[in-house]
Write a protein of this length. Structure first.
Length: 435
């Protein structure tokens, strides 16, 4: 648009210049015409002929002026374009230099502010260190009552009570003194004295002592509970005698169930012949008992009677109850084995028809051998926990403790003795409390 404006202004200027030249040429021609004699006045034709070249020259001049104006317009546009481009570059360069200068100034300002902050922090740290040192000195002077330059155990106890309201015992004070006394001088000097560390160590030591005391109390309580649960004094009754004779009587109480169940341990004697040395005396006693009419029943009734008498020692009564319960259980198992052939006879009756059919034969069969092996295995499996319970009860009773760990049997004996029974909820509560 600027180039068009320049071209228009140049064109108008060229047109005005052309008109001026045309006027001057016309005046010159008129002057020449008037200066000529009359007879030499040119005709209209000759005048037109003479004026024609002047118009052509004027056209050439106008065209040249137009072309010159256009050239000047192009040069002006080029200069403006170069000036605008250089101006943009100059402005960009100026902005870059201004931004660089601004960033440099800001960096210098930030560095100066950081240096000022560092100096202020150094001053604050120095002031805090001086204040802390002065506070420590004042605190040390408060603890050092006699002014000896050191704090001993008594002064430490007194100072902790005055300053922090902490009652330290002698052992804790001596522990703190030995822990912080680096030069083993027997006193805490100013360099070794730090109230915060003393307080933290005292609290940690107190918590550790409480934890150890609580743990020891729990261990002692569990030991007491176990001892109370195993000693005869926990059993009800006036007679709490647990002498040697009472313990021997407790061991002899289990002789009846052993004799009633010794037959079921004979398969073990076949596997382990070494057991015959123990079984042989018991077999002799078993024969003697069998010779007495209703011998086992008489001994059972006597034991049952004495287990209900309050004047009998509590430990002996408890073992009598367990022995009677074990004897009942093993006798019931023997009754089951005796009834088993009768049950089989109900399905296969002993008759001539069954014998002729081959259902009953005197020759050993595979099914008969399997049934025999099954009966021996069942008897052995019952005899093993049975004899283990008797050995446990005899051993525990000989040491003066109550054998209360036999499942179901011990609970029944405790019920007969009048001891409180623990329900499942009570056991869960006890287990939760232990956890």
């Amino acid at each position: 648009s600027m180039a068009l404006k320049e071209f228009a202004s140049s064109a108008s200027t060229s047109a005005g210049f052309s008109r001026l030249l045309l006027q001057r040429q016309r005046r010159h021609d008129e002057r020449r015409r008037y200066e000529l004699p009359t007879k030499q006045q040119p005709s209209a034709t000759s005048l037109g002929f003479q004026l024609a070249p002047s118009k052509a020259s004027m056209s050439v001049l106008v065209a040249g002026a137009c072309f010159a104006g256009m050239a000047r317009c192009r040069r002006a546009a080029d200069r403006r374009e170069r000036g605008s481009l250089s101006g943009v570059a100059d402005r960009r360069d100026f902005r870059r230099r201004a931004a660089k200068a601004t960033s440099g100034v800001e960096q210098q300002i930030a560095e100066s502010e950081a240096a000022a902050l560092k100096q202020a922090a150094c001053r604050l740290r120095a002031e805090a260190a001086e204040f802390e040192a002065e506070r420590r000195r004042q605190c040390f002077l408060e603890f050092d009552v006699n002014g000896s330059g050191g704090v001993d155990a008594a002064e430490l106890q007194l100072g902790m009570k005055r300053r922090l309201a902490m009652d330290l015992d002698g052992s804790t004070a001596r522990y703190l003194l030995s822990f912080f006394d680096k030069n083993d001088s027997g006193e805490l000097e100013f360099e070794e004295f730090d109230l915060k560390q003393l307080q933290a160590t005292a609290l940690a030591n107190e918590r550790e002592e409480e934890r150890l005391a609580k743990k020891q109390a729990e261990v002692d309580g569990e030991a007491e509970e176990k001892a109370a649960a195993s000693r005869p004094q926990t059993l009800p009754g006036e007679n709490q005698d647990d002498g040697l004779l009472v313990r021997l009587a407790c061991a002899l109480a289990y002789l009846l169930p052993v004799l009633d169940g010794i037959l079921y341990g004979l398969p073990l004697c076949v596997i382990f012949p070494q057991l015959l040395t123990v079984v042989a005396p018991l077999a002799v006693l078993f024969d003697l008992l069998e010779q007495i009419p209703f011998g086992s029943l008489i001994i059972f009734v006597v034991m049952q009677y004495f287990s209900r008498q309050q004047w009998v020692p509590a430990l002996l009564r408890y073992n009598l109850c367990q022995a009677v319960d074990l004897d009942i259980r093993i006798c019931l198992f023997g009754l089951f084995l005796q009834l088993a052939p009768m049950l089989a006879e109900a399905f296969v009756p002993l008759s001539e028809e069954s014998i002729e059919a081959g259902m009953i034969t005197t020759q050993p069969t595979t099914s008969g051998i399997l049934l025999l092996c099954l009966g021996v295995l069942l008897a052995t499996l019952v005899f093993l926990p049975f004899i283990a319970s008797i050995i446990y009860s005899i051993t525990w009773s000989m040491f003066g403790y109550v054998p209360r760990s036999i499942p179901m049997v011990s609970q029944e004996a405790e019920r007969i003795m009048g001891l409180p029974q623990e329900t499942g909820k009570d056991k869960d509560d006890d287990s939760d409390a232990k956890v």
